[in-house]
Design a protein around this ligand. Structure first.
Ligand SMILES: [Zn+2]
Length: 118
């Protein structure tokens, strides 16, 4: 299987993409590949990349899909650090049951976190 050149992807991102908040160009130094999709074929690979804006300090997570010669990217502004993004990327999404359980809990919660966390 051919190797993937992550440095070229990061350089491409830094060259092409701008911060959606302030328009500043990204720095390759502040861009990290969170998930390289190594378990999938190189022709149908998805990458997850996190970058921080050097000017406004906002963060964006890019999902990059490589489908043969075509590359698609979708960016989402986030308050997650690259470490947080790595930590949460494989965690199960919050379900409607989780939301309902939290709602039911909060209905009777008195706000005493000290007792709750003991
Ligand atoms: Zn910015």
């Amino acid at each position: 299987m051919p190797k993937f050149d992550f440095n070229k992807i990061i350089q491409w991102l830094a060259y092409i993409l701008r911060c959606p908040v302030c328009g500043h160009k990204y720095s390759a130094d502040q861009t990290r590949v969170i998930d390289s999709g190594e378990e999938r074929s190189i022709l149908g690979r998805n990458l997850l990349v996190h970058t921080d804006c050097a000017r406004c300090k906002s963060s964006v997570v890019f999902s990059i899909a490589i489908d043969g010669p075509e590359i698609f990217s979708i960016g989402m502004v986030t308050d997650l650090t690259s470490h947080d993004t790595s930590k949460f990327k494989n965690i199960r999404p919050i379900s409607s049951d989780d939301v309902l359980a939290t709602h039911e809990f909060l209905k009777s919660f008195d706000g005493d976190f000290r007792t709750l966390l003991k």
